[in-house]
Write a protein that binds this ligand. Sequence first.
Ligand code: NAG
Ligand code: NAG
Ligand code: NAG
Length: 217
Amino acid sequence: DRLEVNWGRGSHGTVSADGQVISLSLDRNSGSGFRSRDTYLYARIDLQIKLAPGNSAGTVTTCYFLSEGSWANHDEIDLEFLGNSTGEPYTLHTNVYINGTGSKEQQFHLWFDPTADFHTYSIVWTPLHLLLWNAEDWATQGGRVKTDWSLAPFVAQYRNFTATTSSPGAGGGYYDQELDATAQQAMKWARDKYMVYNYCADSARFPYGSPPECYMP
Ligand SMILES: *[C@@H]1O[C@H](CO)[C@@H](O)[C@H](O)[C@H]1NC(C)=O
Ligand SMILES: *[C@@H]1O[C@H](CO)[C@@H](O)[C@H](O)[C@H]1NC(C)=O
Ligand SMILES: *[C@@H]1O[C@H](CO)[C@@H](O)[C@H](O)[C@H]1NC(C)=O
C-alpha cells in the first residue's frame, strides 16, 4: 500500500476493514500518524480529513510535506488544525520551512465545521507525512485551555489520499500546474475574510521590516 501507519500502529492508528479510512487517535499515552511511502519531487496532494468533534482543545491534527536530507536544512510545508473548546472554531495554522528555518506562520478560522464531515485539503511539496499530536501548551489560546483527557481518545479520520503528478521520474514525480483563476479567487476570498494572523503583518515581530517574500506579488 502507498500509505503506512508509522506511529501508534494497531493501538492508536487504525485502518478500516475496507481499507478506505485511516483513523488517528490521541490519548494520554500516545498520538499516532501515517505517512506516504512514496516520495515526490513535485506533486499536488489532496486528502479528505474529518477532525475530532466536541472539546478538542490542545489537540493538533496535521498534514505536512517534508523534504529528505538533514533536519538542519530541511524544507517543510505544514497544515495544522488546532483544536478548540466546544463551539469555538478550529484554527488552521500554516507554516513553511526553508533550509531548516520556519517563522512564516499564517492562521485562518474556518468557515465550515471541519468535524461535521470530510473536507478535502490540498498542498504541494515533497514528501508527505501526517500526524496527530498533542501540543496543549501552545495550541489552545496560548496554553490557557488545557486538554480534557477525560474526553480521550480524540479521533481524526483521513481518506482518499490522492497524489497528482504530471510525469513520474527518478526521485519522484513532477507537477507544475498553477491554480486556475477560480481557485486563485477562492484563495483570495479566504485570505481576505478568514485570515486571523499573518507573519507578514506582524510588525512587533519584524520591527525592521517584513521578510522579503512578503513584498512579492
Ligand atoms: C478558539 O476560539 C477562540 C474564540 O473564538 C479564538 O479566539 C481562538 O483563536 C481559538 N483558538 C484556536 C487554537 O483555535
Ligand atoms: C542553508 O543553511 C546552511 C546552514 O545550515 C547554509 O550554509 C546554506 O548556505 C543554506 N543554503 C541556502 C540555499 O540558503
Ligand atoms: C478522491 O479525491 C479526488 C481528488 O481530490 C476526487 O477527485 C475524488 O472525487 C475523490 N473521491 C471520493 C470518493 O471522494
